[in-house]
Ligand binder design. Structure first.
Ligand SMILES: Nc1ncnc2c1ncn2[C@@H]1O[C@H](COP(=O)(O)OP(=O)(O)OP(=O)(O)O)[C@@H](O)[C@H]1O
Length: 633
């Protein structure tokens, strides 16, 4: 595979010859020279000829053409054609920072061509044992940016095609992924003088729309901090909720959507939003973003009676940070870091599941993956920009970022199961145990060593052979040990993979169970509501029936009382007119008639009264108590 690497690239030839002659130990001292030569040669390359030094110096069109031409040229040459697929992965390395240079870090990232990059491991020139195990890893991407590539060049290659898709009514997204301090915010936001993708996308969009009154552009700008969503354009507003609507995908309820018509207004809104974004000073970055920021641009175009809507999501992720044992951190910083790492880990799990073509993708494990669901697993076009530092001090993080970026490249369209997943081991250059830079030094040392160490007089062939045989034996022993170590490492790796797979299975099951619990809770809530509604309906019905019943009873009793009163009055009247006897008879008749109509209580009362008055005087007037009315409580 080493032979495949283009040997004619002047940048690498000069780097290799100069460093080789001086030895690996002097690499650190020569970094400035190497950087200078890389800059010089990059200027000579056809890419630099057409590409401006700064984004604003040369018209946009020139730059755009240069990148596109370059991609097309290379695609026609290389066997793996670069086409805008559903997920395109880019790599952008930043220059070594001042602090990295002060810490004697050197550049271990080699950009072989627009698609290929090598990551070299290094060790001290006298660390022979490690030297033999050093590896160079090769990675392939859709495009690898040079450190001198401008913001506009990065925009033109990554997000500009997405803006075109959005204008034609499709969804697209672009996100930056990488360790802390590698340039995610620089790439996405940039600075006032050197704006990044977010601002350039809007400029491009408004240029394309060109005051078209039938087009509406709205934007939302939110952050995910400690697994909570916050509106950066309305920071005092309520916390937002993620909802998944059929046909609309993942949406945020309660978010402030701002209608905008100029790039200047957008810059102002972004500036305003960024003031509320959480940043902290970390080991690697003075203004490290502690939250994931998501800018969504919705473009609605009316054409006759039809409206097409496209959505562009631009995401600046927070960077993962390694915890250093002796680093002092406040508890809130630890929680922040844990949440960032957790969400990035769930992003890795989703990428793994998508690459392996699994049916269940654990998008619900974190807010970040829920938000990126459309970008990773949906039908929208996505650009992933992996940002890395070339510093030898951050080799682990760089290898990790490149590994996941390469995995993401293998994500296929949903439904298309991946038949062949390239294993990482296949991509390592195992036949290249020692970096080419260090080779001559080792050779020099090997030549010197036997005579010096054994002290054998030159010409004494037997002794020399003896010492060589001893050395050979020694080396064979070391090789056997190394092989043993390798096999035990392989075993451990296999075990770790098994454990990882088990954990992924567990997470999958947990997520399914959580889904089921959610469904059941929803069902219980619905049934409770129904029950409550039925109960209140029945209550109202019973109260109505009671009222009706009371009304009827009262009416009947009143009618009856009135009839009795009438009869008694008639009897009294008749008694006055007729003789006392006839009056008495009539009264007796009336009384008996009244008695029949009376209620038992009333009757008993009347009989008692009549007994008292019978002999004393003829009935002139009877005082009747009113029948008690029914009472309900
Ligand atoms: N391509 C680049 N060219 C020049 N400088 C860069 C580049 N990329 C990043 N930098 C510089 O590196 C520093 C860190 O960059 P930045 O803040 O964008 O990192 P980050 O990945 O967003 O970090 P974090 O995840 O901690 O927020 C900044 O000072 C930035 O100016």
């Amino acid at each position: 595979m080493v032979a495949d690497r283009p040997k004619t690239a002047p940048y690498r030839r000069s780097l290799r010859t100069s460093t080789a002659m001086q030895g690996a130990s002097r690499l650190a001292k020569d970094k400035v020279e190497a950087r200078r030569s890389s800059a010089r040669l990059a200027k000579q390359s056809p890419l630099r000829k057409t590409r401006p030094r700064t984004a604003n110096a040369v018209p946009k069109k020139t730059c755009r053409v240069s990148v596109k031409d370059e991609v097309t040229k290379s695609s026609s040459k290389s066997s793996s054609r670069v086409e805008w697929g559903r997920m395109n992965v880019f790599v952008r390395g930043r220059p070594l920072s001042t602090s990295e240079l002060q810490a004697n870090a050197f550049d271990c990232l080699e950009i072989a061509d627009q698609h290929t990059t090598f990551l070299h491991e290094f060790c001290a020139s006298d660390d022979y044992l490690r030297m033999k195990r050093l590896k160079t890893r090769q990675y392939q991407f859709d495009h690898v940016f040079n450190v001198l590539d401008t913001q506009r060049c990065v925009y033109e290659a990554t997000a500009a095609p997405l803006v075109e898709s959005v204008l034609s009514g499709q969804n697209a997204s672009c996100f930056c992924y990488g360790a802390t301090g590698t340039g995610k915010t620089h790439t996405m936001l940039g600075t006032v003088d050197d704006p990044g993708i977010m601002v350039l996308a809007f400029k491009n969009l408004f240029e394309a729309i060109d005051d078209d009154l039938d087009t509406d552009v709205t934007l939302t700008y939110v952050e995910i901090y400690n697994e909570a969503l916050r509106d950066l354009l309305n920071p005092k507003g309520p916390s937002l909720e993620l909802r998944e609507l059929p046909g609309k995908g993942v949406t945020m309820s309660g978010v402030r959507e701002v209608k905008t018509s100029s790039a200047e207004e957008v810059v102002r809104l972004l500036h305003q939003g960024n003031k509320h974004r959480r940043t902290e000073s970390t080991r690697c970055n003075r203004t490290s973003s502690r939250s994931h920021a998501l800018l969504q641009i919705r473009v609605a175009r009316r054409d006759g009676g039809k409206t097409t809507t496209g959505k562009l999501s631009l995401v600046d992720l927070a960077g993962s940070e390694r915890t250093i044992a002796n680093e002092k951190k406040s508890s809130s910083r630890s929680v922040e870091g844990a949440n960032i790492n957790k969400s990035l880990l769930s992003l890795s799990s989703c990428i793994r599941a998508l690459v392996e073509g699994k049916k269940h993708i654990p998008f619900r494990n974190s807010k970040l993956t829920q938000m990126l669901k459309d970008s990773l697993g949906g039908q929208c076009q996505t650009a992933m920009i992996a940002t890395v530092t070339p510093s030898s001090l951050s080799l682990g993080e760089t290898a990790n970022t490149l590994h996941w970026a390469e995995r993401a490249k293998q994500i296929k369209l949903p439904g298309a199961r991946t038949k062949h997943v390239m294993r990482e081991q296949d991509r390592r250059i195992s036949s290249h145990p020692i970096p080419s830079y260090a080779m001559p030094v080792i050779r020099e040392k090997r030549c010197d060593k036997p005579s010096r160490e054994s002290g054998a007089p030159v010409g004494s062939r037997a002794k020399k052979l003896q010492s060589l045989a001893a050395k050979q034996k020694d080396i064979a022993g070391k090789l056997a040990k190394a092989a043993e170590g390798r096999s035990s490492r392989k075993r451990a790796e296999a075990e770790a993979q098994e454990r990882e797979a088990e954990a992924a299975r567990g997470a999958e099951e947990l997520s399914r169970a959580m889904d089921r619990i959610g469904e059941l809770e929803h069902e219980v809530k619905r049934l409770r509501g129904e029950n409550e509604a039925q109960r209140s309906d029945h209550k109202a019905e019973i109260a109505g029936l009671r009222r009706e019943h009371d009304r009827q009873v009262t009416r009947l009793l009143r009618d009856k009382d009135e009839a009795v009163q009438g009869l008694l009055a008639a009897a009294a009247k008749g008694a006055r007119r007729l003789s006392a006897e006839a009056g008495t008879q009539c009264a007796a008749q009336c009384k008996s008639t009244a008695n029949q109509a009376m209620t038992p209580v009333f009757k008993a009362y009347m009989e008692e009264k009549m007994r008292d008055k019978e002999n004393s005087s003829p009935v002139t007037r009877l005082e009747l108590p009113m029948t008690p009315r029914p009472q309900h409580h």
